[in-house]
Design a protein around this ligand. Structure first.
Ligand code: NI
Ligand code: MN
Length: 232
């Protein structure tokens, strides 16, 4: 599988069977993303919550590619009213789609659809566990603070191999709490996300990497450049 990072929380996940999943495709207004949105293809789009820096270009991409959009119930209702093919989920639920199993997990965050003028209800913010055809599990935490269920439900029940964790602080975990999340979740690999997109979430990912190296040297920290891919 291949994970291409567009900066912020946006990823393209390409599976062994060449399925393309876009997660939180914040592309055209993302100051750190060098890729034009027109170039992106998708079979599935996953949205963690309604904020504009995560919902991003979902509608443009879904319109053009016919990708099915997966989000929380409220986001899904909003999209289906406009004719998009969507699957609504809620926290704790799983679905099987293609050969993937996708589980929606808790996230400690808000989710208003802040890009709609009348401000729509956005449901609950979430994360996802994506289990690939080969059994490998990727955890995209979405926007979240540190929460105790990372130690139990995420670590013990879902056991992700790769964790994508926000480190930007202000709106989510910062480097220190994200390093504790690594300790609790105990993945093989962690990729820091949701930092340096805007001045308010400026962070040094090396600070995070050093904390993880000190506390959990067995965990591999992968710091990506934007438009760089991690493959395993
Ligand atoms: Ni957010
Ligand atoms: Mn965000």
């Amino acid at each position: 599988m291949k994970l291409r990072w567009f900066g912020h929380s946006a990823f393209e996940l390409e599976t062994e069977e060449k399925l393309r999943i876009l997660i939180d495709p914040f592309i055209s207004n993302n100051p750190s993303c060098p890729v034009p949105v027109e170039e992106l293809k998708a079979d599935i789009i996953l949205i963690t919550h309604g904020h504009a820096d995560h919902f991003g270009d979902t509608m443009e991409i879904a319109n053009r590619t016919g990708a099915v959009v997966i989000g929380n119930h409220e986001t899904s209702v909003y999209l289906s009213k406009q004719g998009f093919e969507t699957i609504g989920m809620n926290i704790g639920g799983s679905i099987n789609i293609y050969n993937l199993k996708i589980t929606m997990t808790n996230a400690q965050h808000s989710s208003d659809m802040d890009f709609i003028e009348e401000v729509g209800a956005g449901g609950s913010a979430a994360g996802y566990i994506i289990q690939l055809e080969n059994g490998k599990k990727i955890y995209h935490a979405g926007d979240t603070g540190l929460f105790g269920d990372m130690k139990t439900i995420i670590a013990e029940i879902y056991k992700p191999d790769i964790a994508l964790l926000p480190i930007g602080d202000t709106y989510t975990m910062g480097p220190e709490t994200a390093a504790i999340a690594v300790e609790w979740i105990n993945p093989q690999t962690v990729i820091p996300i949701h930092y340096n997109t805007f001045p308010v979430i400026k962070q040094d990912p090396e600070d995070f990497a050093q904390r993880v190296a000190a506390q959990n040297p067995e965990v591999k920290v992968v710091i990506l450049e934007t438009n760089q891919s991690y493959q395993e």
